[in-house]
Design a protein around this ligand. Structure first.
Ligand SMILES: *Cc1c(COP(=O)(O)O)cnc(C)c1O
Length: 402
C-alpha cells in the first residue's frame, strides 16, 4: 500500500501525527527518494544532504553497490537462523579482521547493541580476571546509544534522571583529562570506553597524548580499552578506523552507522585473548543476518575500490580551509573535527534557527548543541557540493546572525 499514490503530503503529515509514536520533533517534510548527495521529498523538493543519514550513508543515497548486494543476497538466503554459520558472515568477518588489529567479530544491527556487547564482554573480563570488577569509565559529553545500559554509559547530564533506576557501574569523567581517569580507577574498574571523536557531544577530538596515556593505564591495570567507533569508523575521519590516527590498538572496537551505508548493521570486534564469552552469553536473532553481511561487504569493497577514504581526506582539507576563512566574516569559531566529521560554534545559540533556514533552502545540516553546527556529509562528497553547501549556509548565517 503506497499511501502517496492516493493522498497529498498534507494528508500524510496528518496521518504521521496521528499514528507515529512521538519520540522527537520532525519538520513538516516527507522524504521519498534519494540519490548520491541528494534527497527528495513528496513535493519534489530537492535537498543537498550534509547530514548523510546521520553519518550513515557513507556512499551517498541509493548506491548501486548496495542495491546489487541486497538484490543478489535476497534471492539466495535472507536468514538461516543465528544457530548456523552462513557464508557471507564468514567472508565479511575475514575481511574486517584482515583490515584491523582485531581477530574476532560479533555482528548485530545497531550501534547500541554493539556497545551492549562490548559492555558485557568487559564485565565478563572483570569476572574472569579482575575478581568481579564491573565498573566502566566513560566520558562527559559522550554518546553510546539508547538502550538502558548504553544510556547509562552515555555522559549527558540531562539523561541522568531518566528511566531510573539506571544500569549502575558507569563512571563519567571529563574528556581529554588523564588525571580524572587515574582518579576514577579502582579495583572495581574493568574497562574505559571512549569515542575517539565525540560525535553527538559536538565533535570533540581526543588528544593523541591522552589516548596514549589511557592505553598505558589500561595495560597497567589489565583493564580493557573500548573504542566506540560507531560514528568514526569506516573512513569517516580520514582513516578507515579512527584508532589508526593514534598509533595504539584498542582491545574492543564497535562499528555501526557507516558500516551498512544505511542498512541496519553493526559489529563488535576484539582480540583472540578476549574470546571469552560462554555459549549463550551473547547473541540475537539477527546476528550476522546474511542481507546485512552482503551489504557490509559491498560497502567495504566500494570504500576501498573507489578510494573513498582518500576522497574524505581531500574534501575535508578543502572544507576545513573554507570554514576557517569564514571565521572572521560570520563570527563563527572553533572549527574542528577529523575527516568529514566537522563542527563549528556560532556566536549565539541559534543552531536550530540556522538548521531550519537551511532546510527551507534545500540544505540539510545538523545542530547537535544549541550553539554548534555539525557537518557529516556522505564520504563521496565533491568540491562542487561543498561550494553549493557553503553558498547556502553563508546566506543563512548572514541573515540569522545579522
Ligand atoms: C549513533 C551512535 C551510537 C548509537 O548507535 P545506534 O545505531 O543509534 O544504536 C553509539 N555510539 C556512537 C558514538 C554513536 O554515534
Amino acid at each position: 500500500m503506497q499511501l502517496i499514490d492516493k493522498y497529498t503530503t498534507a494528508d500524510l503529515l496528518t496521518a504521521a501525527d496521528q499514528h507515529i509514536l512521538y519520540t522527537t520533533n520532525r519538520p513538516e517534510v516527507m522524504m521519498e527518494r534519494g540519490e548520491g548527495m541528494y534527497l527528495w521529498d513528496t513535493e519534489g523538493k530537492c535537498y543537498l544532504d550534509f547530514i548523510g543519514g546521520w553519518a550513515v550513508t557513507c556512499l551517498g543515497h541509493a548506491p548501486k553497490a548496495i542495491e546489487k548486494a541486497l538484490t543478489k543476497q535476497a534471492g539466495q538466503l535472507i536468514n538461516a537462523s543465528p544457530a548456523f554459520y552462513n557464508v557471507p558472515m564468514v567472508s565479511f568477518a575475514k575481511m574486517l579482521t584482515e583490515m584491523t588489529c582485531f581477530d574476532k567479530v560479533f555482528f548485530t544491527t545497531s550501534g547500541s547493541e554493539a556497545n551492549e556487547g562490548a559492555i558485557k564482554l568487559a564485565r565478563k573480563h572483570g569476572q574472569r580476571s579482575l575478581d568481579g570488577a564491573y565498573e566502566i569509565i566513560t566520558t562527559v559529553n559522550s554518546f553510546h546509544g539508547r538502550t538502558l545500559a548504553t544510556m547509562s554509559a552515555t555522559g549527558k547530564d540531562y539523561w541522568e534522571p531518566l528511566f531510573a533506576p539506571k544500569v549502575s557501574g558507569f563512571i563519567h569523567v571529563p574528556f581529554n583529562d588523564i588525571e580524572a581517569i587515574k582518579a576514577a580507577i579502582t579495583d572495581k574498574t574493568c574497562a574505559i570506553m571512549l569515542e575517539p571523536v565525540q560525535g553527538e557531544g559536538g565533535v570533540n577530538v581526543a588528544d593523541p597524548i591522552y589516548v596514549k596515556a589511557v592505553r598505558k593505564i589500561c595495560d597497567e591495570h589489565n583493564i580493557l580499552l573500548i573504542f566506540d567507533e560507531v560514528q568514526t569508523g569506516m573512513g569517516r575521519t580520514g582513516k578507515m578506523f579512527a584508532y589508526e590516527h593514534y598509533d595504539i590498538e584498542p582491545d574492543i572496537m564497535t562499528l555501526a552507522k557507516g558500516i551498512g551505508g544505511g542498512y541496519p548493521l553493526s559489529a563488535m570486534l576484539t582480540k583472540s585473548v578476549y574470546n571469552i564469552f560462554d555459549a549463550g552469553d551473547q547473541g540475537g536473532t539477527y546476528t550476522a543476518q546474511p542481507l546485512g553481511m552482503a551489504v557490509g561487504m559491498a560497502v567495504l569493497e566500494t570504500i576501498v575500490k573507489e578510494k573513498i577514504v582518500e576522497n574524505t581526506v581531500a574534501q575535508s582539507a578543502y572544507l576545513m580551509k573554507c570554514l576557517n576563512e569564514m571565521e572572521a566574516d560570520y563570527g563563527i569559531k572553533s572549527v574542528r573535527g577529523m575527516g568529514l566529521l566537522i563542527a563549528f560554534d556560532l556566536p549565539e545559540p541559534k543552531g536550530a534557527e540556522v538548521v531550519g533556514a537551511c532546510l527551507e533552502k534545500g540544505l540539510l545540516i545538523n545542530s547537535p548543541k544549541p550553539a554548534t553546527i555539525r557537518l557529516m556529509p556522505p564520504l563521496i562528497v565533491t568540491r562542487e557540493a561543498i561550494d553549493s553547501m557553503l553558498k547556502t549556509m553563508t546566506e543563512v548565517l548572514a541573515s540569522v546572525l545579522k
